[in-house]
Ligand binder design. Sequence first.
Ligand SMILES: Nc1ncnc2c1ncn2[C@@H]1O[C@H](COP(=O)(O)OP(=O)(O)O)[C@@H](O)[C@H]1O
Ligand SMILES: [Mg+2]
Length: 412
Amino acid sequence: MEKPEILKIKQRFGIIGNTESLSRAIDIAMQVAPTDLSVLITGESGVGKEVMPQIIHQFSARKHGTYIAVNCGAIPEGTIDSELFGHEKGSFTGAYESRKGYFEVANGGTIFLDEVAELPLSTQVRLLRVLETGEFIRVGSSKVIKTNVRVIAATNVDVPSAIQHGKFREDLYYRLNSVPIGIPPLRHRKEDIPLLLRKFAVDFAERNRMPAINLTEDATQMLMNYRWPGNIRQLKNIAEQISILEEKRLITSEVLRTYLPDHFDTKLPALYEGIDQKTFATEREILYKVLFDMRNDMNELKKLVHENLQKSPVESDHHQQAPHVIPKYVHDVEPILSDEKPMRKFDITRDTLEDIQDTQEITEESLSLSDKEIEMIRKALEKHNGKRKHAAGELGISERTLYRKIKEYNIE
Ligand SMILES: Nc1ncnc2c1ncn2[C@@H]1O[C@H](COP(=O)(O)OP(=O)(O)O)[C@@H](O)[C@H]1O
Ligand SMILES: [Mg+2]
């Protein structure tokens, strides 16, 4: 029997799953929470590490203090020291003002260092010092500053091996790893897989006002036997992709198969590996929603045109009627999303109405996933000033995949 307090935490933090190893991880988090010990959370990418530091912070005496989550892998090497420890005015080109770092801002609170193994060695030295003495120095300063911050770190890297390769300081590892919490991969939590799928399908359906998908018995079996290299994050993305791309709501194993392993690269944009950025996830969702709305609109439009043609066999009649019908329709299908991103209205005139017989082509063009993929890659590259490593990170794909796609699509 599960401890009632663990059940409560699962409910409060939206954690799905009944596997013993998951409950044990939550149990350790609760026990260590009231202490000031550092915690290292390990587990493959996408297993759900990020909720643990929140639990620990919320159940500690620091819960009213500041909580800062830092994705160490997403900050460029050149600015990470300044981000974490602050800098003095004029300490480097562009440092027009002095600035507090996270360790200063989070005084009395908690810092979550996600992807901690990505920290450069020089930053690891500074981190070790602040962990051991509570002291640090802003970049370009010589004044020692004191802070009282609880550090929780996470990584999907095999740290002992990183130590062997000279990428991670051993002393820092022992200091961080006062209490280790390991989150099991999804393939070791098979019985949780259908529960998770259900949750993601229902959540997505509610958010996007559409009916939720269901899996047939054999599809569920297939889902449970899949390896899930991207763990829960991958499962979530696949649940959402199926929700949006499949018209039928009952998903068979034949359909499901096309969303799993190898088929992935050819059929869909590879968005499953590691999306951490909330903003990006939201954009993706808007995109899905727009695609879904567009498909529905096109179907309705086809139906409408078809009906109209049936009703008025005489050509000229149909031309006279349509303009009255269509504008009303256009009004009806105004996208619900209008407050987020104004979608272009369907601008239907007599001329375009004649073209509309060719709906198949229109549908295919506007729903092209590769176009959307190119657009997203461009956006990510722009945002990161062409830095492929960071763009790939944001897109949740490996640098190699990004490189391949850039070549494939001939993106500048
Ligand atoms: N047990 C769970 N129940 C429900 N959602 C989960 C669970 N574990 C992870 N998730 C979701 O899966 C995604 C990946 O989790 P995250 O914590 O970002 O993984 P990582 O271990 O890579 O940091 C997130 O959207 C998270 O909300
Ligand atoms: Mg993470």
